[in-house]
Design a protein around this ligand. Structure first.
Ligand code: BGC
Length: 726
């Protein structure tokens, strides 16, 4: 698109107040079509003649602004009148909020000093064939809006009684940001409304509203008030063990709403920020609040739900629900670690751990295509990947985090079968492998460097966040894995990857020499899952033994957990994999569920058995990484798996693995080729327990039931068995 519009900013210094830019114009003739394109340095909301333009929340979304800034184009034909008033309010958003909250990142002050810039262009085509373009320039005016403060971590301040004062002509300025690109990702939208379940008084005497579900978004409230009365709201995820409101785990994020009422009945929801919360505390509220006055609005990227898991076990179903809510809460334009504390960043390690599950639960092809383009844009000249994308200067070059650059595109390709993502990312993938080759201390391994290691592994030494698996072991294993993925991706693209194939062979050899033994659960898991163990069966058996000998406890962190159950079940330990999945005591996936979790926790013991919190410092209750267990349920328990040679479920492997501790289990997946569904159930016939398998496949499939293989055409199939899948 050709931009006639110029970048404008307010002439006056408004401090923290969000400016509103206004342009009035007539449109005297019959309108054929009117398209409004807008973007801003911050987040914007446009209104035409008082009506909100589009339903994109927090537009223009979050990209590597200095290189690529998305703009949105809306059809506003129906909103135009003879006399028109176009208003665009601009908040700080991700562009100018001081992020991240916990450190003095170098770009922070610079970003905060950027202007609240706006560029917009309205192209009107009239029925008589004439055209007109209204665009941002000095003819626009800017003044203060009712949004007195708005920021990603700290929340929003709104004065409903504020009467706009003087508007001054806007000032054009030289924009130094990135190329303007049309909307690439999914738009962000209000997706669900969760009614408040109760309003109650805590032992500390505070008034708290419970929504019964942790969501990411904001509260919409209605209140009857006198002009000047105030509403003040704090957000929190949990109650403490006494039942009091708690949000010390938000760290420096204030996460507050401050609202000044006008006279009468009024409804408000924040415009330019979001929160991760289940509870709100009413620090001030006119009258006696009732549950009907509050709704939590869940906001996330507009992804289509594709996958469903269900079983006979209520706790397991709650876990499945928590995993899906974890995805909703953290797929707000960028895959984030968490939605509440002073981070909410595109942490690469978390995304690579969860991408497979994410790609089954929802159609995330477009979402990842955009985020991975940002990753390529932010890749450093040496080929390393920043820890968070869009990047902040919080570091780069950690094994298993940077590997998001190979693992994510490969998974998106496998799930959706479209090689475009590999084409888009192939250079980035190769450059990343090149970075390891150039920066390691020992050839064909990845030694040295600073890594997050097996982050939050339970075998961590006291006082450390890093599990006991060796840093060089993990890094070298991921070096092998990423090189392997470059080879596989290159073959799909018809590239010559012989150099990478040779390199891969040498890495495997060097790895086997350097690491003849495995010391932790995660080391065993990686050695088997990445095809590095000399004797995979023995290594998996040793792993099973290790898990059993410590009382069927997992000890893995971010690195080992996503593959743990896969490794066990691939080598005959499916029953033990189920034992881990169904375990209710700490540590386990179901332990948080028994403690009332409604999303997936960052720590296996975010709330400890005695009811205390793990810590205030690093304790999110909405961190999706461990939710990656769902891909084992889809792929192994229900048995639905894409076939690499014909990705995107053009061909399917369906090999369900039932367990006697569940009455039934069902998975369904809307693939690019249609709906695949696998359900197994224990039934009784003539006093005998049997298994009934029902499978629907939209593509040719290889069905494996209790060791017996069948090649089938699309259709629905019924089988009976004994449940013996060993
Ligand atoms: C984030 C993680 C992230 C980690 C890096 C944390 O602060 O919340 O999820 O991956 O830092 O180790």
């Amino acid at each position: 698109m050709e931009w006639a519009g110029k970048w404008i900013r307010p002439a006056q210094d408004m401090g923290e107040v969000c400016p509103v830019f206004v342009r009035e114009f007539p449109a005297g003739k019959e309108i054929k079509r009117a398209l409004l394109s807008v973007t801003a340095m911050g987040v914007y909301e446009a209104r035409l003649n008082g009506e909100r333009v589009g339903d994109f929340v927090l537009a223009p979304g979050w990209t590597v602004y200095k290189k690529r800034l998305q703009y949105q184009t809306y059809d506003v034909s129906k909103l135009l009148d003879r006399e028109n008033r176009l208003e665009v309010t601009v908040g700080k958003g991700w562009y100018r909020s001081p992020m991240p909250g916990w450190c003095n990142e170098e770009g922070k002050a610079e970003r905060a000093a950027e202007p609240a810039g706006l560029i917009a262009q309205l192209e009107i085509a009239y029925e008589d064939g004439s055209e007109e373009v209204i665009y941002t320039d000095e003819s626009w005016k800017a003044g203060e809006s009712r949004i007195r403060f708005s920021e990603i971590y700290d929340g929003e301040t709104y004065d409903a009684g504020f009467e706009p004062g003087e508007f001054l002509p806007a000032v054009c300025f030289a924009y130094t940001g990135g190329t303007l690109i049309p909307q690439q990702g999914e738009k962000i939208r209000e997706q669900e409304h969760v009614a408040a379940s109760r309003v109650f008084t805590t032992p500390a005497g505070e008034t708290v509203v419970d929504f019964g579900q942790e969501v990411t978004g904001y509260v919409c409230f209605t209140v009857d008030a006198r002009a000047g009365e105030r509403v003040e709201i704090s957000h929190g995820e949990m109650l403490d063990k006494e039942g009091n409101f708690y949000n010390s785990n938000y760290r420096s994020a204030k996460a507050k709403i401050n609202y000044t009422c006008r006279e009468g009945r009024q409804t408000y929801k924040p415009f330019m920020t979001f929160f991760g919360f289940r509870y709100i505390r009413l620090d001030r509220f006119p009258g006696t609040p009732a549950a009907e006055q509050f709704t939590a609005v869940a906001v996330h990227s507009d992804m289509k739900r594709t996958g469903y898991l269900r079983s006979s076990d209520a706790l397991l179903n709650r876990l499945f629900s928590n995993i899906v809510w974890g995805q909703k809460g953290n797929f707000l334009d960028v895959p984030t670690d968490c939605p509440q504390r002073d981070e909410r960043l595109g942490w690469t390690g978390d995304a690579q751990a969860f991408v497979r599950t994410a790609s089954y639960n929802y159609d995330v092809e477009k979402f990842f295509t955009k985020w991975l383009a940002d990753m390529a844009a932010d890749q450093l000249p040496d080929g390393s990947i920043p820890h968070v994308i869009p990047a902040m200067s919080v570091g780069n070059g950690s094994a298993a985090w940077d590997d998001a650059s190979t693992i994510c595109p490969w998974q998106i390709y496998l799930t959706y079968g479209n090689a475009d993502i590999l084409r888009q990312q192939f250079d980035c993938m190769k450059k990343y492998v090149g970075f390891i080759t150039a920066s390691t201390q020992d050839p064909f391994l990845w030694t040295g460097g600073t890594h997050f290691e097996d982050w939050l592994g339970l075998d961590a030494p006291v006082g450390s966040y890093k599990g006991s698996s060796r840093a060089d072991f993990i890094a070298s294993a991921f070096y092998a894995h990423s090189t392997d993925l470059v080879v596989r991706a290159g073959k799909v693209l018809g590239e010559d990857v012989s150099e990478y194939e040779k390199l891969y062979g040498k890495i495997v050899q060097a790895f086997r020499t350097a690491f003849p033994d495995y010391r932790t659960q995660t080391e065993h898991v990686l050695a088997v899952h990445f095809g590095l163990a000399q004797d995979a069966q023995k290594t998996a058996d040793d792993l099973a033994e290790m898990v059993l000998s410590c009382g069927s406890r997992l000890e893995t962190g971010f690195v080992g957990t996503p593959y743990l159950l896969h490794v066990l079940s691939s080598y005959g330990h499916t029953e033990l994999a189920y034992t881990l999945l169904l375990r209710r005591e700490y540590p386990s996936w179901l332990y948080p569920v028994t403690k009332g979790a409604t999303t997936v926790w960052e720590h296996w013991d975010g709330v400890m058995e005695n009811g205390d919190f793990w810590s205030d410092d690093m304790n999110s209750f909405n961190h999706y990484a461990y939710g990656s267990v769902a891909d084992w349920v889809y792929e192994v328990a229900a048995g639905i798996k894409p076939v690499e040679a014909e990705p995107g479920f053009a061909r399917i492997q369906i090999a369900p693995h039932p367990d006697a501790r569940l009455g039934w289990l069902e998975a369904s997946l809307e693939t690019r080729h249609g709906l695949v569904r696998s359900r197994w159930e224990w039934v009784e016939e003539n006093g005998e327990k049997k298994l009934r398998y029902e499978i629907t496949t939209p593509s040719p499939a290889r069905i494996v039931i209790e060791g017996k293989e069948r090649e089938v055409e699309p259709g629905t199939y019924l089988f009976f068995g004994t449940g013996d899948v060993a």
